[in-house]
Design a protein around this ligand. Structure first.
Ligand code: PLP
Length: 305
């Protein structure tokens, strides 16, 4: 099995604000890496898929919420690379499938719903052995796809960048992508993460732990900006929605309201407040995942254009 990814393009953003503040902003278009296994998810899955294959597994099992980009990506990867896939979904099934789960089923994923209480203990020995009784042997990929092999995949973001820069930014769910970016930087430049969940401070330790597990190193050239969560996961404001629609109109680049929109909103705000010194060069990683827009629009009156 071979998973060859072409380097994603790095594109400069032109905007009056950037000229006025004398900051250069580039966007690394990981959203263009793959049409079904989007953005950071293909980076995180790449070495896991190779590992699963080399261990002789035929089935991938993973976990996620009903709108999860990761569930979507694993379902697509299963079809493309020839694995059966099982998605353990948090919460009870709704009578109507949302677009994410509909897609997952169309790619052959088997959905197994568990209660929120059980979901909290999904990695316990008892819970995993129950899944083994039910489904036989499988290669388990954690929620959000974050493990050391995922970090390895995300370090490749750094190898691909061939423009000079000072900062590189990513939004954070589990923080696995940022951890891979930090490991890839290996002490150079500066990484900035934007947690999309409320109370994102806890990610500092999680990210440190992921990196320690990956290469046993501690890095100091990174930090988190924790105040652009808009109230929490999948929470949003009118301002955020307007920013995303405006950004697409002006730049031709789609952002989503759960992940990349929050990061870009935050970045613009920080640039406006002169947080980045003159002549700073920033690379914002577009982590993809635009499929969430369909589910968001279905719930919230087609707010995203
Ligand atoms: C899953 C996802 C993230 C979160 O990545 P982590 O590695 O869990 O921090 C960020 N952006 C998008 C678009 C995603 O789909």
């Amino acid at each position: 099995m071979k998973i060859a990814l072409q380097p994603s393009p790095v594109q400069e953003i032109r905007d009056d604000l950037l000229t006025e503040k004398n900051v250069r902003l580039f966007i690394k278009r990981d959203d263009l890496l793959h049409d079904q296994i989007s953005g950071n998810k293909i980076r995180k899955l790449k070495y896991n898929l190779l590992q699963a294959r080399s261990e002789g597994h035929h089935t991938l099992l993973t976990f996620g919420g009903a709108y999860s980009n990761h569930i979507y990506a694993v379902a697509a990867a299963g079809e493309i690379y020839g694995f059966k896939t099982i998605g353990v979904i948090r919460g009870e099934p709704y009578p109507d499938l949302n677009p994410t789960l509909e897609f997952a089923i169309s790619k052959g994923m088997y959905l197994h719903y568990i209660s929120r209480a059980k979901y909290k203990n999904k990695y316990s020995a008892g819970s995993v052995s129950k899944l083994k009784d039910m489904f036989g042997q499988f290669y388990m990929i954690p929620e959000g796809g974050t493990n050391s092999l995922a970090l390895k995949g995300c370090t490749e973001i750094i190898n691909e960048i061939d423009v000079p820069y000072d900062f590189i930014t990513s939004c954070c769910g589990t923080g696995g992508t940022l951890a891979g970016i930090i490991a890839g930087l290996n002490g150079n430049h500066h990484a900035v993460g934007f947690p999309v969940l409320k109370g994102g401070e806890y990610l500092r330790k999680e990210i440190q732990d992921y990196i320690k597990k990956y290469n046993e190193k501690v890095y100091l050239n990174w930090h988190l900006i924790t105040d652009y969560h808009f109230g929490g996961y999948a929470k949003y404001s009118k301002e955020l929605v307007e920013f995303i629609n405006e950004f697409k109109k002006r730049q031709g680049i789609p952002l989503d309201p759960i992940y990349t929109g929050k990061m870009m909103f935050g970045l613009y705000n920080l640039i406006r407040k002169y947080v980045f010194k003159k002549c700073s060069r920033i690379i914002a990683v577009h982590t993809g995942g635009l499929q969430v827009i369909d589910g968001f629009n279905e719930r919230f009156w087609n707010l995203i254009e």
